[in-house]
Design a protein around this ligand. Structure first.
Ligand code: CDP
Ligand code: CDP
Length: 226
């Protein structure tokens, strides 16, 4: 082995997964993989082709044609879908409001999951999502399940959006709660803590504190000591 491990970070929307996973990857010189961005890119593609999530047969006809790539970039990470840069579009309220409906389709999940597993084959990956510890990388050497109260998560998202969108904090909280519910209750790979995942409630924690906590778990798991 190359001495590297895989790290799985799961949890609900706004828990701080992507911010923290990116920083942990930087600290360890690992590769960050944002699986939510892949579900968002698939959603963007299917909405662009006007295919409803109810029309599973049609969704499945398009799935093999979707090529979704994550490319490292100085400004973060670029998301490319069939050659089109969709980095900005996939964060729209429209995509956010529909992604969990498409993400409940088993055949779509299988397609994205196999790509995610390939990216982690050589280890040294920090991957965040909903089902990484349970389904995508069940053998990950370190698993963290990150949570925070729904109020705190909505507030974090509100602070990001405020200027760009005309949505209230209350509406954002309802939207997040509805998406959590769909993600937790779907039949295939629901949002769930893997039994061997470390639970981390970040409601009262700052970003640096969360990053330091996870980096120290990693060092223990890799065997670097502290
Ligand atoms: O960033 P945010 O927490 O808002 O969401 P995301 O991580 O970008 O994920 C968007 C949606 O994709 C989630 O609400 C899930 O419906 C779906 N998703 C999933 O089903 N499985 C994953 N591994 C990652 C995301
Ligand atoms: O990926 P996920 O949806 O879990 O959350 P995120 O997009 O990483 O974080 C949502 C927002 O909360 C970002 O603006 C972070 O800067 C912020 N955040 C925070 O205020 N405190 C934390 N402990 C973690 C994240």
């Amino acid at each position: 082995s190359n001495g590297k491990i895989n790290i799985a970070i799961d949890g609900p929307a706004g828990a701080g997964k992507s911010t923290v996973a990116r920083r942990v990857a930087e600290a360890l010189s690992y590769v960050y993989v944002d699986t939510g961005a892949m579900y968002r890119a698939a959603t963007w593609y299917l909405m662009k082709h006007k295919i409803s999530p109810e029309n599973v047969r049609e969704v499945l006809q398009h799935v093999p044609k979707m090529v979704i790539e994550l490319k490292p970039d100085p400004s973060g990470q670029k998301v490319i879908c069939n050659g089109v840069d969709v980095t900005v579009e996939i964060r729209s309220l429209d995509v956010t409001g529909n992604v969990s409906r498409y993400a409940s389709i088993a055949g779509l999940r299988e397609h994205l999951t196999s790509g995610q597993r390939r990216m982690a084959e050589r280890k040294g990956v920090v991957m965040d999502g909903r089902d990484i510890g349970t389904t995508v990388l069940p053998d990950a050497e370190l698993k963290v399940f990150m949570t925070a109260s729904v109020k705190e998560r909505a507030l974090r998202r509100f602070k990001e959006l405020r200027e760009a969108a005309d949505i209230t904090l209350e509406q954002l909280e309802r939207d997040i709660a509805a998406r959590d519910k769909l993600d937790e209750e779907r039949e295939v790979s629901p949002l769930r803590r893997s039994e061997d995942a470390i639970m981390l409630d970040t409601t009262q924690m700052g970003i640096d504190e969360v990053v330091d906590t996870i980096v120290s778990y990693c060092k223990t798991a890799i065997g670097w000591g502290d």
